[in-house]
Design a binder for this molecule. Structure first.
Ligand SMILES: [Mg+2]
Length: 343
């Protein structure tokens, strides 16, 4: 009764409430795709992909034509054999976001059939997490105002986007830290050279500023550069763009290049994300979870993954808060900075 009988691809479009500016990219809208998997017992599982061209070389135009192939390989499979299904899904190597949506929709359907929450399926570690909220790149005054507003909204962790202008970035982070009371994550999205990154960190440290994580300071291929920043910076360094597959995790860990992994389901798919967690544990690497431009349906995937698996010290799950979405549809409840899975 648990065989997949139908798979629906549904493109969606969301506008950002305010343009989202990070190193080398300004987003005005998110072209996402929802995936609905139906089983013969009438159950539906939901997934979403917010394809990232910048990180994965994945776009909605690449994904949509794959619908026929997806239907061919998945219809008739039984969601109770979810590991086998994930293995089939993993053959879609060039579209990791689609892998996530398909994998999550499968597990979601399986969990509805079992009458358990997806967070319980993933381990049931905790029913809530705390998320940060992000300040995108802008003029210094504007960034400070955004940070103050985010802080007043109740967020105690603030992520600050940097990477386009070294001296202005230092000024922005310094001023934000003086005007707010929070923990700070800075994300350069590959914008610095290794030496610039070290200058940035040492300068802020000398000004007495505490930063909890320094995310992806240098180019994603520059593993030596990441390692250089890690050992020459006073702050923990976190891999984001450098970490997609379990093989990236193994390499980063063996090279001792970073202190933290930022896992995004949209970079890895479900099976690689699960493997990366175990690799991180084996090498004492800390865990963060992040997102692309997912709506509440897509953020739901990461919420249930992070709550179920546990151990995510930092959660950067705020894209749904930045999109103009008419109605939250995730199986979770957002209360300021806290996210609770719906039981
Ligand atoms: Mg990042």
């Amino acid at each position: 009764m648990s065989k997949i009988i139908d798979i629906i691809f549904k493109p969606t479009l969301y506008k950002y409430k305010k343009p989202f500016h990070i190193t080398g990219s300004i987003s005005y809208e998110a072209k996402n795709l929802e995936v609905i998997i139906k089983t013969e017992s009438g159950v539906e599982g939901y997934g979403e992909v917010s394809p990232s061209w910048r990180v994965n070389g994945e776009s909605i135009d690449i994904i949509i034509p794959l619908e026929k192939r997806v239907r061919e390989v998945l219809i008739g499979e039984d969601v109770r054999n979810w590991r086998k299904i994930l293995e089939i899904i993993d053959t879609f190597k060039s579209t990791p976001g689609l892998k996530t949506a398909l994998g999550f929709a499968t597990i979601d359907a399986f969990c509805v059939e079992c009458e358990i929450g997806v967070w319980e399926f993933f381990g049931g570690y905790t029913d809530n997490i705390e998320t940060d909220k992000t300040v995108s790149i802008g003029e210094v005054d504007e960034m400070v105002e955004d940070a103050i507003r985010i802080n007043k909204e109740g967020f105690r962790k603030i992520k600050i986007k940097v990477g386009e202008n070294l001296l202005k970035d230092i000024e922005a982070v310094y001023k934000i830290s003086k005007k707010t009371k929070a923990e700070y994550i800075v994300d350069a999205n590959m914008g610095y050279s290794p030496k610039e990154a070290v200058y940035f960190a040492k300068k802020l440290y000398s000004l007495g500023i505490d930063i909890s994580l320094f995310e992806q300071p240098v180019n994603f291929l520059d593993i030596e550069g990441l390692k250089y920043v890690r050992y020459n910076s006073p702050y923990p360094v976190c891999a984001d763009e450098s970490l997609k597959t379990r093989y990236d995790a193994k390499k980063l860990a063996k090279e001792e290049a970073v202190d933290f992994f930022n896992i995004k389901l949209g970079k890895s798919g479900i099976s690689d994300a699960l493997s990366i967690v175990e690799i991180a544990k084996s090498f004492n690497i800390g865990l963060m979870i992040g997102c692309f431009s997912e709506s509440s349906i897509g953020v739901n995937q990461s919420v249930h993954f992070a709550c179920g698996v546990g151990g995510f010290k930092y959660c950067d799950l705020d894209s749904h808060l930045m999109l103009d979405e008419k109605k939250y549809r995730g199986k979770f409840l957002q209360k300021k900075n806290k996210i609770f899975v719906r039981k």
